[in-house]
Each structure stands twice: as C-alpha cells, then as structure tokens.
Write a protein that binds this ligand. Structure first.
Ligand code: SAM
Length: 223
C-alpha cells in the first residue's frame, strides 16, 4: 500500500508504464516491482504531473530533469542491486532514482551538487519515509569516506569514466555511467575486476543526459 493508499489515482497509469518497460525489455521483476510501487508523480512539478507516467524525461527546475522511466529501469537493472547493498547515486535530482533503489532494499548514499534540488528531493523522500543518506557536493569524485560501494549509478553524462568512482567500488561491484560528448552518451556498465582498479565494460547506446559537472566531469561553464 502506498502512503496515499486508496487515493492513488495514478495507479493505472503506473501499471501501464511498468507494462511498457517490460515490453521494452526490462525483465528484472524486482526492478519492475519497485517502479510499480514508487509514485513517480510525487517527484514531478504539479503542472506536469499528468505526464508523470509517460516514458519521457521531464524538467524539475534548475535546468535539470528527472530521467525517463526506461532509463531509470535500465540503469537499475544493470546495477544488479541486492537487498542491503550499499549503493551510491550521483545526481539526486528529483529523488526518484533514490526511492527506487531504496525500494529494492539498497542502503542508498546520494549526492547532488545543486542545493535547491537536494532540498526539495529531501522533502519528498522524507514524506515517503524513504531511508537514504545524502550530501550536497561534487559527486564526480564520489564519497570516499563511505566507500567501498557494491554499486554506483551516475545519473548525469560524463566525458570519461570517473576514476575515483572505480576506486570506490568493491571488487565485483558495478558502476553504471553514461559516457560521451554532451549531446549523446553510451551507457557504460562496468564491473571492477581487481584491487588494481581494472574493470570490464559493456557499452549500450544511445542515451542523452544532462552533464556531470565537477572535477572528474565537465567544467561548470562548458556548453
Ligand atoms: N537521479 C535523478 C532523478 O531521479 O531525478 C536524475 C537527475 S538529473 C538527470 C542529473 C542530476 O545530476 C542533476 O540534478 C544535476 O544537478 C546532478 N549533477 C550533475 N553533476 C553533478 C555532480 N558532479 N555531483 C552531483 N550531482 C550532479
């Protein structure tokens, strides 16, 4: 039962969205269950809520977006999240991906660089009793004090694989990060293979994200 319980008038739209995700190839039942459970409309500005369950990215203010549901499902599936895994999310944005990871039983650490976005995401997440730990800073360098992580998901496009994030993964852990120029990226699904920070990578095309801005991302005033 969701917090808004019987008043969840978006339930049918959410069921249709989950069916679409399954039709598009998302097969992990735990991901689909989390996306059925979490009320995406609560993370979206009120004037746009009628589009909350369309498979599109939507603006959330500050020039940023909540990612398209397919992208959230794809990245979450690629992470192979297990119950109680320690997962780092870079780019809290609306807080929706945070809620999906928490619904799958992950212990979520999330970093957002824009204070106003983190503040409003926290209001929504706290109203839903989602458990997570957050901070406002440059996530391109990760969260060393809380590492190692079982999984790291970067929800903004990076010019290259951020080295610090590989270092902060446990051996066998997954890093899911869109990499490429600012107009499109390849999803890099990385598995760390040893303590020397070597990794294997699987690349999937084509995604379009807002830029990861920071020391190991894009410079602030670049495009
Ligand atoms: N996960 C978000 C959601 O579910 O709404 C998606 C947010 S949006 C596609 C990407 C976010 O990454 C933006 O809020 C942006 O401010 C943030 N971001 C960009 N560079 C960052 C960095 N270096 N550290 C932390 N957050 C960053």
């Amino acid at each position: 039962m969701t917090k808004s319980g019987l008043l969840d008038k978006f339930r049918e739209a959410r069921e249709e969205m989950v069916q679409l995700l399954a039709d598009r190839g998302i097969s992990d039942e735990r991901v689909l269950a989390a996306m059925l459970q979490v009320e995406r409309h609560l993370f979206i500005p009120i004037p746009l809520r009628n589009h909350a369950y369309d498979d599109v990215a939507l603006p959330i203010g500050e020039g940023q977006t909540i990612s398209q549901p397919f992208t959230v499902a794809f990245m979450t599936e690629a992470l192979h999240v297990q119950n109680l895994d320690k997962v780092l999310e870079i780019g809290t944005g609306s807080g929706y991906q945070t809620a999906i990871l928490a619904a799958m039983g992950a212990r979520v650490f999330t970093i957002e660089r824009i204070p106003a976005l983190l503040k409003s995401a926290k209001v929504v997440l706290d109203s839903m009793d989602v458990r997570y730990i957050s901070k406002c800073s440059d996530g391109s360098i990760g969260w060393k004090e809380s590492s190692p992580f079982d999984g790291i998901v970067v929800t903004a496009g990076s010019p290259a694989v951020p080295k610090s994030l590989v270092e902060q993964l446990r051996v066998g852990g997954k890093l899911v990060v869109p990499v490429g120029p600012q107009d499109f990226q390849q999803m890099n699904i990385i598995t760390k293979t040893n303590e020397d920070n070597e990794y294997s990578v699987e690349e999937k095309s084509d995604f379009k994200f807002v830029p990861l801005i920071g020391r190991d991302g894009w410079p602030e005033h670049d495009g």
